[in-house]
Each structure stands twice: as C-alpha cells, then as structure tokens.
Ligand binder design. Structure first.
Ligand code: ATP
Length: 236
C-alpha cells in the first residue's frame, strides 16, 4: 500500500470542474514533484490533499485512512502539512510566534522544542531573526519561515507549493538543498514547482498535469530525458 493515494479525484470551483479525475500515489520517504503550466491544477491538487478543498468525487487515502471526508485540522494532526504558494507568513507576528502557530496541533512541548532546534539548524537565518517581525524578513527568509512553520507540526508529508517562486538563483539553490535535508530526515515531500528541472533533479518521481488531468507519470530521470517534457517544461 502506498503512503498516500489519490483515486479519480475531481474538484469543482462552483459549477466548473478543474480537476477531472486525478490519480496519484506517493510512497513513504519519496520526493514527488507535480509539474504543469499555470492553471493546470497543481495548487488545487495540494489544497485538496490538505483538506482546504473538498473533492466532488474520488478518494484520498493516507496510510489506508480516508482524508477526503475529514476537516483540514485533522489532516494536519494525521501528519500532512502545507507550505502555501506566496508564503503567507503572519507579517505582524515574530518569527518565533509564526513557528509556535505551526505547532498548534502538538501537545508535546518537548517534541516542539526539538523540532524548533532542528529547524534553526536547517535555517540559521531564522534563529538569528527569532524575535523579528516576519513582515520585515526578505522574500527568501519568509519562504524559509513558511516551510519551517509547516514543519513545526511534525509532518510525515510536507506539501510545498512553489517554494522557489520569486527568489534569486542562489536562494533557490539553498531552498532546494533544505528540501533535500528535510526529506533525509524522513519527511515525504510533494513538491509543486515552476522550476521543473531543479524539481526533477530532486524528486524520485514526477507527474505532469495538463488542464486538470495527469498526462504523464514516471521516474524523474525519465521525465528529464523525455522530449515532450523537455520541450514544454525544461526549455527544450
Ligand atoms: P498556478 O501555477 O497558476 O497556481 P496551478 O496549476 O496551481 O496554476 P490551480 O491554481 O490549481 O492551477 O488552478 C486550476 C484551475 O482552477 C485554473 O483554471 C484556475 O483558474 C481555477 N481556479 C483556481 N482557484 C480558483 C478559485 N478560487 N475560484 C475559481 N477558479 C479557480
């Protein structure tokens, strides 16, 4: 059994269906990337896994349990958290307060302190700025904080939506390095990225979405070598 399985997931915004039967699986410990043009349905797929959207059809199973029928805070408690596109940190709260909010599901203070220490090792910049208001951080630092906040809930699966968006190349590399380190600690990752080449180099497997459907799925090295993927997503 896979860790996470989406079967024939359909999602509507009002009367318009935007996901037309997505099938996707994630194995424990993997990094899986989802590629696709703007509007293909990548963000919607992530928000449906995290429960912020409910599907109009199909099922999502996590460790054999249905996710599509339970509220998002319970999904966090089961071990799935999302770092949203556009960072969305709380600008008028400090770095530390943002992190504490990420741990809202945790009753184990010792465990939260351990995770915070790990996060500060992973992102030393956040440790240096622990008391600073999140709104005064640079874009890259806010991205680190958004990922860190999602990690505070001690997830088994981390959903990352465009972590490199709008960042300078050096920071992009640093964020991707951090994702690798997070994964090596045993966190399974689903990564949505415009930076398809870097995402495929990091991931074990990938899915290509086109207008709400999976049109291709394969090992990442095969997608990197595929002529149609190269042309559409890797700049030829
Ligand atoms: P992007 O990279 O631009 O975020 P995406 O692949 O993540 O693209 P989604 O954001 O999931 O795509 O959007 C899928 C489809 O759903 C698009 O046609 C989009 O216009 C539509 N859509 C997304 N959010 C809403 C919404 N809140 N209300 C109505 N339609 C929406």
């Amino acid at each position: 059994m896979s860790l996470l399985t989406l079967s024939d997931i359909r999602v509507r915004y009002g009367s318009v269906e935007v996901l037309h039967g997505i099938n996707l699986r994630v194995e424990e410990g993997e990094i899986v990337t989802i590629l696709g043009a703007n509007g293909a349905g990548k963000t919607t797929t992530l928000t449906t896994i995290s429960g912020l959207r409910k599907p109009s059809g199909g099922s999502i199973l996590f460790q054999g349990r249905p996710l599509h029928t339970i509220p998002s805070h319970e999904i966090v408690r089961l071990g799935i958290t999302q770092s949203p596109e556009g960072r969305r940190v709380f600008g008028t709260l400090s770095v530390r307060e943002n992190l504490d909010l990420g741990a809202f599901t945790s009753k184990d203070r010792g465990r939260s302190a351990k995770i915070r220490k790990w996060i500060f090792d992973l992102f030393p910049r956040l440790a240096e700025r622990e008391g600073q208001l999140a709104g005064t951080l640079s874009g890259g630092e806010q991205q680190m904080l958004a990922i860190a906040r999602a990690l505070m809930a001690d997830p088994k699966v981390l959903l990352l939506d465009e972590p490199s968006l709008g960042l300078a190349p050096l920071l992009v590399r640093s964020i991707f390095d951090s994702v690798r380190k997070i994964n090596r600690q045993g966190v399974t990752v689903i990564l949505v990225e415009q930076n398809a080449r870097a995402a495929l180099k990091l991931a074990a497997r990938g899915y290509v979405l086109e207008v709400g459907k999976v049109v291709m799925e394969d090992r990442a090295e095969n997608l990197l070598a595929d002529a149609s993927v190269r042309e559409a997503y890797l700049g030829g």
